[in-house]
Design a protein around this ligand. Structure first.
Ligand code: ZN
Length: 244
């Protein structure tokens, strides 16, 4: 089984106990993601904060955890700035070695995503509960398998272009909203040995992760991000000239 680690901020559905989030995710977004992934993957969850709102040491990131993670899923929103730089470096380096990573929704502004992209990752946004159609623009891509022409969501937070990212290696989905905005909703990159997928839907006060097609995309993305290869270290070793 592919080993998946779900990393979750756990503040709005944790210590802050926001009703508009808890009504969709009473145990937290991480536990909901785990509930539909655990039959197909070996799932671990870690959080940035504990239930009382105390920052967990190094935001829950240890080398042992990374050594036991094939693909990481990252959901953060309000507390990106409190993720220690040491944790960010460890996660980004692990991706460079070959760990896959999926950044969901507001993780567009997380420190590991920005570190791996090297850009601002800024976007336009508004919360009007517009409907969204997530158009499949590459139906042959592994992440799009099992979907129709588009995924329809009754409501989502609107994310709009320009999105301050480097050109994706592959664009799989483009979101279109009631207000006419468009957004690069499903983007793939490689950074050295690791695969990265950014997936836009998943605003905390909307039950987007209950949607079966959204769940299918996340499962497909785990399989796509997985790699058997993991570099032992990141270095520039001195080598001797091969002998004939
Ligand atoms: Zn949001």
């Amino acid at each position: 089984m592919i080993k998946v680690t779900i990393w979750h901020e756990f503040m709005q559905d944790g210590a802050w106990a926001q009703e508009d989030v808890l009504k969709h995710y009473p145990q937290g977004i991480h536990k909901y993601l785990e509930s539909f992934l655990k039959d197909e993957f070996s799932v671990t969850t870690v959080t940035q904060f504990d239930k009382e709102g105390n920052l967990i040491d190094n935001a829950g990131i240890t080398q042992e955890l990374l050594d036991n993670t094939d693909v990481m899923i990252w959901w953060g929103h309000c507390k990106h700035g409190d993720v220690p730089d040491e944790a960010v470096k460890m996660v980004a380096d692990e991706v460079r070695k070959g760990m896959g990573i999926i950044f969901l929704h507001s993780a567009h502004h997380s420190k590991p995503f920005k570190a791996l992209m090297g850009t601002t990752c800024n976007l336009h946004w508004r919360e009007d509960n517009d409907y969204e159609r997530i158009w499949v623009i590459d139906p042959s891509h592994p992440i799009a398998q099992g979907l129709g022409e588009y995924i329809y969501l009754d409501a989502e937070e609107t994310y709009g272009e320009p999105f301050g990212i480097p050109e994706p290696d592959k664009l799989v989905f483009v979101g279109g909203y009631e207000g006419g905005e468009v957004f690069r909703s499903g983007c793939c990159w490689r950074r050295e040995n690791g695969k990265i997928f950014y997936f836009q839907p998943g605003h905390e006060s909307i039950p987007t992760y209950h949607n079966k097609e959204i769940q299918l995309v996340i499962k497909n993305a785990i399989n796509w991000c997985y790699s058997e290869y993991r570099a032992k270290e990141l270095s520039c070793p001195h080598v001797t000239k091969p002998q004939d």
